[in-house]
Design a protein around this ligand. Structure first.
Ligand code: DLL
Length: 440
């Protein structure tokens, strides 16, 4: 454990630390000369303990856009040592700023995350998250250096070159999106260098994935590879908000001495009980440059109860179940793409790539799933596999979702950034360019 004392605090001591930090944060924000912070805290009474957080107003994504680029700063620009940006869906990016202290905490939470997945100072970590405005590459990079391990700043793209480098530089850990980790495994296999790569663990996040995908990833890399989930978002800090430990792989420990989690009903904003799904809300207790109070992440998850065998005492959140923005409403039924992924990826006959097509040509949108068989020899069974998946989707999602089964390699891969899983079809042209459908 990287910060043993903090990570194993009993709940009373943790609450005391959180309370102290929240009181300090609110005091500081009240003193900042900023129209944004004056308005945000105008109706807030005295804050004495972490329990008072619930009376504070939420912060929403549109406030980042309304105050773009720097209206949410709580320090002067001269104290800012770095900015990152997240592209978002609305065109304008969100800009986030860090002081030197923020960068130290960013490095530290990522070192803690790496340590939780099994990294030590002896590891050589191949970092294939994008470097640049995206927080993934630099976030993990600073974490690796903080831990004293060796960082290989490979960034995204060019998987053919990357697998050779992984073999030559003797990488033992891989930091990348789960989809890029799969691309690398495929490429290593094809290039005949898989046997020369000795990965022990992977730290994968930035996009939704499922247990089925974990299994495929762990099988693809083999040799006891532990694929662990890491969560974070630019508005809060970047990667390093929460992570799975290697011992459990059942939920992600939130570094709640820095990021205080709540789960609320996305409609009413009211808290939901432990174990129930809802929208994750996060407060940064220690961020200096651009803190957020009760930030509505739009991510759906739940707080898990119970202790963890790793000994960390912070609360855990479950695997991300979807984003409110990604929810599709098909024939009145709410569907998250990740629910479809969970069904598809639990089938051993399928390879790890899939796509969901929203067909908007008719009066009502229809869904379609595109998958590929794990092995060319299974192509002959495409029809049976498609029918089996369709009935499982019917049981789980309660919708008829035709499943088209293609040959290995027929679903497009994203070699940069986050995997694209959902495509729209509005005209004659197939969004995936499929004309060689094997089965429906
Ligand atoms: O994706 C930060 C990050 C980098 C996390 C590297 C993990 C690893 P953004 O680009 O701002 O930041 O996107 C944040 O991505 O609100 C989630 O919807 C999604 N996301 C992040 N991690 C996970 C995960 C980075 N483990 C948004 N599972 C978040 C599912 C995730 N979704």
């Amino acid at each position: 454990m990287y910060l043993h004392e903090v990570e194993t605090l009993d709940s009373a001591s943790l609450a005391e630390l959180q309370s102290r930090r929240l009181v300090e944060l609110i005091g500081r924000l009240r003193r900042v000369e900023s129209p944004f912070w004056s308005a945000k805290l105008a109706d807030v009474g005295e804050v004495r303990a972490i329990g008072d957080l619930i009376a504070l107003p939420f912060t929403e994504k549109h406030e980042f856009l309304a105050t773009y680029p720097h209206g949410m700063l709580a320090v002067s620009m001269s104290q800012v040592v770095r900015i990152h940006a997240s592209s978002g869906t609305s065109g304008k990016p969100i800009i986030v700023a860090y002081t030197a202290d923020d960068i130290r905490i960013f490095a530290q939470v990522n070192a803690r995350a790496l340590s939780a997945v099994g990294a030590t100072s002896d590891d050589v970590v191949h970092i294939a998250y994008g470097y640049g405005l995206f927080t993934g590459g630099l976030g993990l990079h600073y974490g690796v250096e903080e831990l004293g391990a060796t960082a290989v700043p490979a960034s995204g793209g060019n998987p053919g070159f990357q697998v050779g480098l992984m073999a030559d530089a003797m990488a033992t850990g891989l930091a990348s999106t789960p989809s890029f980790a799969l691309i690398l495994a495929e490429r290593a296999e094809a290039a005949g260098v898989k046997g020369d790569i000795r990965l022990r663990w992977g730290i994968h996040g930035a996009e939704p994935w499922s247990e089925g995908l974990r299994e495929k990833l762990e099988t693809a890399w083999g040799g006891g590879y532990d694929a662990c989930d890491i969560y974070g978002l630019s508005e809060v800090i970047g990667p390093g908000v929460a992570v799975e430990c290697r011992e459990n792989k059942g939920g992600m420990h939130v570094f709640e001495d820095h990021f205080y989690p709540e789960i609320v009903d996305p409609e009413t904003g009211e808290p939901v009980p432990t174990g129930e799904p809802g929208e994750l809300v996060l407060t940064t207790l220690t961020k200096q440059a651009q803190p957020v109070i009760r930030y509505r992440t739009r991510d759906i998850t739940r707080i898990l109860g119970g202790d963890c065998p790793c000994g960390r005492t912070s609360r855990r959140i479950g695997r991300l179940e979807g984003r409110i923005d990604d929810m599709l409403i098909i024939r009145g039924i709410n569907v998250y793409p990740r629910t479809i992924e969970t069904v598809l990826m639990s089938d051993p006959a399928l390879g790890p790539n899939y796509a969901i097509v929203i067909d908007r040509r008719g009066q009502l949108p229809e869904l379609e799933a595109r998958v590929e068989v794990a092995d060319a020899s299974l192509t002959a069974d495409a029809e049976t596999i498609g029918a089996r998946l369709e009935s499982r989707l019917m049981e789980t999602v309660r919708l008829r979702i035709p499943v088209m089964v293609g040959e290995p390699g027929s679903v497009p891969r994203s070699e940069m950034g986050k995997a694209k899983r959902v495509y729209e079809r509005t005209g004659d042209e197939d969004p995936l360019g499929w004309s060689f459908t094997v089965s429906t």
